[in-house]
Design a protein around this ligand. Sequence first.
Ligand code: NAD
Length: 356
Amino acid sequence: MKKILLLPGDGVGPEIISQAKKLIEKLRSDHGLQIETSEALVGGASFDAYGSPLTDEVLQRAKEADGILFGAVGGPKWEVLEISQRPEIALLKLRSELGLFANLRPVILYPELADASTLKPEVVAGLDILIVRELTGGIYFGQPRGIRNNASGEREGYNTLVYSESEINRIGRIAFEIAAKRQGRLCSVDKANVLESTELWRQCITELSARYPAIELSHMYVDNAAMQLVRAPKQFDVVVTTNLFGDILSDCAAMLTGSIGMLPSASLNADNKGLYEPVHGSAPDIAGQNKANPIATLLSLAMLLKYSLDEVALADKIENAIQQVLAEGLRTADIYQPGNKLMGTEEMGDAVLDYL
Ligand code: NAD
């Protein structure tokens, strides 16, 4: 039986993961989902209990799981800790230990929420982009790195942007395969005119495209991509890019949809095992107040069902239930507009459950 590990974490994490648990129970009892779930502490909650944001035991359970549903970690309480003990380290360690090199960030704007975007409704209504970000390489991990004194005695900070062919090819393959299941268009974003590492990126992606003749491949420099994302975002289907560019572009794209509370994500390894989590953080300002929007987490559960368990029909059921809830005008505070019905986290979870 497939194993799912739930890691609620800190802040709003436990509140939003609770809503996902309701859906899992329903899918198990009424829709034949056969999975084993277990739960563990992570982040600040784990530090408080065990003196470490991610214990070896929980890491081992994460390695044995087929999928991990993660809430969020962090908060002001733990900001005084030295970096190696901070809650956020748990996430970085899970990503590197599990080899989660492909970060999938869908950017979908439900037509009912078109008014919540800062862009004109006609520019964003019906938006459906998938950003594939390389997650374990590039400048965030390249060596050497540090702060040193240079020859004239001045301090200088330095980092290394490096990508090997194999790193580019494995993320490229995932992006082409996903594009094949969508509209068949892939845009690779780089800065090949200035950075040799992304000149190689462009060469590798171009070579790879020979194996995927049905996919329409285009290349775009990152500065232009940033501009196009806010000018005419619907031109994109799947976007593949490096760790740094993906970090920035996916947050920019996220804001096209109006609320961070609506955006799920997946981080996959070569065996399609994955960690699924909402894009947002632990939202300490609203934690414990039944205000957090659980939809990003419920959509993350849908991605888990689709990508790690191959339960595409059950994933569709969750997505359809969410769409119906939105069509009914039910909203948490972050996506509320006059005329809607305002709900808390629990009530929103129950509403999705009803439509399921
Ligand atoms: P955040 O995403 O937690 O919050 C930003 C804003 O968005 C806040 O106003 C918050 O109330 C709102 N928000 C977030 N999620 C929401 C939801 N589901 N529904 C409604 N509103 C929501 O980012 P931050 O404030 O920069 O960070 C807070 C803490 O979270 C920090 O400790 C940070 O390190 C951590 N963090 C964790 C992750 C993660 O676990 N993956 C990601 C980002 C930040």
